[in-house]
Design a protein around this ligand. Structure first.
Ligand SMILES: Cc1cc2nc3c(=O)[nH]c(=O)nc-3n(C[C@H](O)[C@H](O)[C@H](O)COP(=O)(O)O)c2cc1C
Length: 181
């Protein structure tokens, strides 16, 4: 249920729950509502829209929903957070994610958005068959790399294939939350 007077909404598209977890952490910190983006009816009285999507082959899951509704949100404070495996403490990873995000949306929209990038994990039990197949391929490719060239996420993919691992960190939301307050 939407709380009375709430003007901030956290929307998400999440395949295996990591983006949803960040959305829930953010909504709890901001004391606002959180909803699946696909079923959300964009409202005039929303002042701040926060959208989160997982990264899949460099693409932001669900970003099309925001693009489709851009007319309704362009005059509002708009924040997007991505959730992926890459270590976001490494500036070169942030640059690569940002460059890829930029290609996926119109330029005006890209510059109107405040971006944040978080780290998720993998849970094969909640993954689609297609994604499991893609990860099998990825794991096979990564296993051929020399060990000293593998990142911690590469190693997590190799060692935990078929299982679960989680790099999510609730502390990562602090800068986003401060930006919204
Ligand atoms: C098929 C596939 C492709 C992925 N591609 C990327 C990627 O390009 N970059 C990245 O950082 N993470 C990538 N990931 C990792 C996901 O972003 C990560 O599992 C994230 O936590 C998913 O969030 P969700 O469960 O909320 O959808 C990929 C995962 C899968 C299964």
């Amino acid at each position: 249920m939407r709380k009375m007077g709430s003007k901030t909404i956290v929307l998400y598209k999440s395949e295996s729950g990591f983006t949803k977890q960040y959305a829930e952490w953010i909504a709890a910190a901001l004391k606002c509502d959180c909803a699946e983006a696909e079923t959300y009816d964009f409202r005039k009285d929303d002042q701040t829209i926060i959208f989160g999507g997982g990264l899949y082959a460099g693409k932001i899951n669900g970003i099309k929903i925001l693009i489709k509704n851009y007319d309704k949100i362009k005059d509002k404070k708009c924040i997007v957070f991505t959730v992926g495996l890459a270590d976001v403490k490494d500036e070169s990873n942030i640059e690569a994610i940002a460059a890829s995000c930029k290609k996926q949306i119109p330029e005006e929209m890209f510059s109107n958005i405040k971006w944040f990038h978080f780290r998720g994990g993998m849970d094969y039990g909640k993954m689609s068959f297609l994604h499991r197949c893609m990860m099998w391929f990825m794991k096979t490719m990564l296993s051929k790399e020399p060990e000293n060239e593998q990142s911690d996420s590469d190693r997590a993919v190799i060692e935990n294939y078929g299982g679960k691992f989680d790099f999510s960190d609730r502390n990562e939301i602090d800068t986003l939350v401060k930006y919204c307050l």
